[in-house]
Design a protein around this ligand. Structure first.
Ligand code: MG
Ligand code: MG
Length: 247
C-alpha cells in the first residue's frame, strides 16, 4: 500500500533532507586521495548525530556502518573500510537520515580529482537520468513514466541501468511501496498522486547491466567490473510538480 504524506510530514522530511545536503557538502571537501572510506563514514555519522538525526542505514538488516560507500565498479552497498581514495576514483556515497519519525535517502557519486572521459560521461548521464526521472514525478503520470525516462536517458549515452535494484517509496519506513524501477515501458503502474514520496535512484553502468554481490554479503559490483554511478533524491509528488527534499 502506498502511504500518502501530508504537507507537514513532507516538511519534516525536507528538514531531514537539509542534513543530507550538509553531509554531501562535507563529503565533497573531505574526499581526497589518502583519506579512507572509514574516515568519511565517521565524519558523516558525526554530522548526522550533531544535527539530532540517526544514520538510517546503521543496523538496517544488520548493516555495519552509517553510510554506503561504493567506489568505481562497486554499484551500491559498499561497506566503508580502511581503503583509501585514489585520484580518478568515482566515490558513490549513499546517505540515509532518520529524524522526527521520518526517513530520507539520497546518493551522490563524487569524482576524486581528475577522472577519465568515460567516468565524466557516466556522471553526467546518471545525474541527468535522475533529473529526467524526477521531472515525471507529478500527479496524473504513472509510476513507470519515471522508470522509462531514466532508462531512455541512460541508453542515449550507450550505458545500461541496473535492473535488479530499484528505487522505493519512503516515509515512516525507509523502504515503502511502491518499488521504482529504473527501466521499462512508460504509462504503467500506479497513478502518481499528491503526497507520494519516492526515492528515485538510477544506478547506471558503463558496460553490462548485470551485477553480483561480493563475499561480504553486501557490496554489489558490476559483473564486468566496469564503472558504475549512482545518484538518488527523495522527491515528493505535489500539485505544483516534483518537490525534491534532499537538495
Ligand atoms: Mg540510498
Ligand atoms: Mg534508496
Amino acid at each position: 500500500m502506498i502511504m500518502l504524506k501530508t504537507l507537514d510530514e513532507i516538511d519534516i522530511m525536507e528538514a531531514n533532507g537539509a542534513i543530507v545536503v550538509e553531509c554531501f557538502a562535507l563529503a565533497r571537501e573531505f574526499i581526497k586521495p589518502g583519506r579512507t572510506r572509514k574516515e568519511l563514514d565517521a565524519a558523516i555519522e558525526k554530522l548526522i548525530v550533531a544535527r539530532g538525526g540517526k544514520p538510517a542505514f546503521k543496523g538496517f538488516h544488520g548493516y555495519p556502518a552509517s553510510t554506503c560507500i561504493s567506489v568505481n565498479d562497486e554499484v551500491v552497498h559498499g561497506i566503508p573500510d580502511e581503503r583509501a581514495f585514489q585520484e580518478g576514483d568515482l566515490v558513490g556515497l549513499d546517505i540515509g537520515v532518520f529524524k522526527d519519525g521520518y526517513y530520507v535517502d539520497s546518493a551522490r557519486t563524487i569524482p576524486v580529482g581528475r577522472v577519465s572521459k568515460d567516468a565524466e560521461k557516466l556522471l553526467e548521464t546518471t545525474w541527468d537520468a535522475l533529473e529526467k526521472g524526477i521531472e515525471q514525478a507529478r500527479p496524473g503520470n504513472r509510476l513507470t513514466d519515471i522508470s522509462h525516462a531514466v532508462e531512455v536517458r541512460a541508453r542515449k549515452s550507450g550505458f545500461a541501468v541496473v535492473r535488479s535494484l530499484v528505487g522505493h517509496g519512503i516515509g515512516k519506513r525507509m523502504h515503502e511501496d511502491p518499488q521504482v524501477p529504473n527501466f521499462g515501458p512508460p504509462h504503467q503502474g500506479p497513478v502518481l498522486e499528491e503526497g507520494m514520496v519516492l526515492a528515485i535512484e538510477p544506478m547506471v553502468n558503463v558496460g553490462t547491466a548485470d551485477v553480483f554481490t561480493l563475499e561480504d554479503g553486501w557490496t554489489i559490483v558490476t559483473a564486468d567490473r566496469k564503472l558504475s554511478a549512482h545518484f538518488e533524491d527523495t522527491v515528493a509528488v505535489t500539485k505544483d510538480g516534483p518537490r525534491i527534499l534532499t537538495r
